[in-house]
Design a protein around this ligand. Structure first.
Ligand SMILES: [Zn+2]
Length: 81
């Protein structure tokens, strides 16, 4: 990922995890931040500031589980048809 895009995403999100929970509370984590491709980099292969967000390690894992977990389930369901 180009440094310019990393810097733009970091500045936009204020150097803080961008995860917001069901009650609208934003995660306060500012350490161990990772860049998360909202649509999944494996799917888009495009570096777009609007498609990237800062997430702490825990929430990046959480998002990956949701995204790839669902894809995995779809694959399993399609196979069984
Ligand atoms: Zn977080």
């Amino acid at each position: 990922m180009p440094d310019a895009i990393k810097r733009a995403v970091y500045d936009r999100d204020g150097g803080r995890c961008s995860y917001v929970d069901d009650r609208g509370n934003r995660c306060p984590e500012t350490g161990f931040l990772e860049f998360d491709h909202i649509a999944g980099f494996a799917r888009t292969h495009v570096h777009d500031v609007n498609a990237i967000r800062l997430l702490c390690r825990a929430h990046n894992q959480h998002a990956a589980n949701q995204l790839y977990g669902r894809t995995f389930m779809e694959a399993v369901l399609n196979r069984s048809q």
